[in-house]
Every structure is written in structure tokens, then in C-alpha cells.
Design a binder for this molecule. Structure first.
Ligand code: SF4
Ligand code: SF4
Length: 271
């Protein structure tokens, strides 16, 4: 688990300044298990930023639609500094502000726990977008006093920890999202208007609403899309999410990666 305060596209976490930065092969010690006195103490009163895949997988794990999951379990704090909406897991209002998924035996959604819970004790920041430069992630170590895991002897590198926690494969699925938040469009401090913010939020986080937008409107009559892709999007949530990232690059940044059909019907409200 963790406290990732990375909240701007391409922005560094504000807490990064005093953290120990780590390169991919630099070593650190960590172990987390039920015998530690601190077990589960970290799962309360903490800001857990959810990625689009976190919201999708947690909603399925808890048998909810993404719309209901977002309404029940998340907050989207807005500040002037934020260039994109962020989605944060809502802690319980009572019971020491514990995570809603914390059970007697630990994390009740362990196999689908969020990206930041997997990464802890590591954090990650992405430097601001720069013209012609692929942003490289910066990793750092949370050395929280309450966490006894850092006194354990198991040795890790950033790479081996990320692999062990299945972070790498999840990030591959979400590569299209990283491409949006670090997009060169943001260079110079450009910001989305409310319509674009809403488009981004719905396509990335509320996949069940995005599905209705794709399949219950004239969307499929407006764009050239291969039949195989449409079938995958219909039957596979993660294929639909990856398509959402592609569509956003077209809709938000005007990238020519979608082809409008010659016989496309006129667009209107909600179409
Ligand atoms: S070792 Fe650290 S991450 Fe694990 S339960 Fe204790 S405080 Fe949480
Ligand atoms: S999702 Fe699981 S690991 Fe993450 S804070 Fe909640 S209980 Fe802890």
C-alpha cells in the first residue's frame, strides 16, 4: 500500500523531494507478512490513487459496475493544480478511516489490489512532458517509520519488486493511459476544458458508461473499425479499456488514429 501523491499529468509527486530515489537495479530491503506488528496498520487514512485498470478490476472483483464502484468507493478531488481528474479510494468515514477492503485477515481484494498497494514501499513519478522526449519514470522509496517491513532482510531491486508484484504486466495493459497523461499536448501548462475532463474521466474510469457510448449510440457507424476489434471490445473489458485510451488520443488531442467513415451519420448530443 502507499501514499502516491502523483497528481498531475507528467507531474512529480510533491513528496518526492525528500525521498530516496532508486534506479532499476539499486537494492532495498523489504518484507510484508502477517507476523509483523504493523500488519494492516498502513491500510487506513491514506491516499490511494486508482488507475483505470484498478477501477475496472476492483469493480469486477466486488461485482459492481464501474459506475456504482466509482460512486460508492471513490472520490475525485479537484484542485486548481490538477490538469486531469484523479480517482482516489474512499476510506471509511468511521473505524479509523480504514480502507473499505480491509478485512480481519488483511486485504480482501488482494489478488486485485491497486497498483499503488502493489508498489509500496516504492513510489513512482513521471517528469513533465517535454518536446521530443519520452518521459522516464522516477522511482523512490517510502521509508515510513510505522512500516516494519523495511527492517526485513529480503533484498529487492525496483525491477525485481515490480515483477514480483505483477506491476509490469498491468502497466503494459495501461500503457495507453501513460501516453495520455504524459502527452506533449500538455507542454506549456495547457489544460482541458470541462467537456474534455469529463470525456477523459468516463473513458478511463467508467468503462461501463463508455461501453454504452460505443455500443448504444451511432459510434460504430461513425468510425472505421475492424470487425475483430469490435468483437474483442464487446467481450473483453480490457480490450475495451485499451480502445478507450486510443479513442481519447483522437478525441482529446486530435491524433489521426481513428478513421471517420465516409457515410458517417451527423453527430448530435449523446451520439
Ligand atoms: S510491513 Fe509495511 S506495508 Fe506491510 S503491513 Fe506493515 S506497514 Fe503495511
Ligand atoms: S486495497 Fe488492500 S492493500 Fe490496499 S489499502 Fe485497501 S486493504 Fe490495504
Amino acid at each position: 500500500m502507499s501514499d502516491p501523491k502523483t497528481n498531475e499529468p507528467g507531474g512529480l509527486p510533491y513528496a518526492l523531494g525528500d525521498k530516496r530515489k532508486l534506479t532499476g537495479d539499486e537494492k532495498f530491503c523489504f518484507g510484508c507478512h502477517k507476523d509483523l506488528a504493523c500488519f494492516t496498520k498502513c491500510c487506513a487514512d491514506v491516499n490511494i490513487l486508482l488507475t483505470p485498470l484498478d477501477v475496472l478490476r476492483l469493480s469486477r472483483k466486488t461485482n459492481m459496475t464501474t459506475t456504482d464502484f466509482l460512486n460508492q468507493h471513490t472520490l475525485t478531488p479537484m484542485t486548481k493544480e490538477l490538469k486531469l481528474p484523479v480517482v482516489v479510494l474512499k476510506m471509511r468515514s468511521e473505524d479509523d478511516k480504514k480502507c473499505p477492503f480491509l478485512g480481519e485477515q488483511g486485504c480482501s481484494v488482494y489478488d486485485e489490489r491497486p497498483w499503488s498497494c502493489r508498489m509500496y514501499p516504492l513510489g513512482m513519478g513521471l517528469p513533465p512532458a517535454r518536446a521530443g522526449e519520452e518521459p522516464k519514470p522516477i522511482y523512490f522509496l517510502f521509508e515510513d517509520d510505522f512500516c516494519e517491513g523495511t527492517k526485513e532482510s529480503n533484498e529487492w531491486t525496483v525491477d525485481s519488486w515490480r515483477k514480483n508484484q505483477s506491476v509490469v504486466e498491468r502497466e503494459k495493459i495501461e500503457a495507453g493511459h501513460a501516453g495520455i497523461v504524459t502527452h506533449p499536448w500538455f507542454i506549456g501548462g495547457r489544460q482541458f476544458d470541462l467537456k474534455r475532463m469529463d470525456m477523459y474521466y468516463t473513458a478511463c474510469y467508467d468503462l461501463d458508461a463508455f461501453r454504452r457510448f460505443v455500443f448504444d449510440t451511432t459510434f460504430l457507424k461513425r468510425f472505421e473499425l475492424e470487425d475483430d476489434l469490435v468483437e474483442q471490445m464487446r467481450t473483453n473489458d480490457e480490450a475495451l479499456l485499451q480502445f478507450a485510451f486510443r479513442w481519447l488520443r483522437f478525441a482529446l488531442f486530435g491524433e489521426p488514429i481513428m478513421t471517420v467513415r465516409e457515410d458517417a451519420p451527423a453527430t448530435g448530443r449523446n451520439q
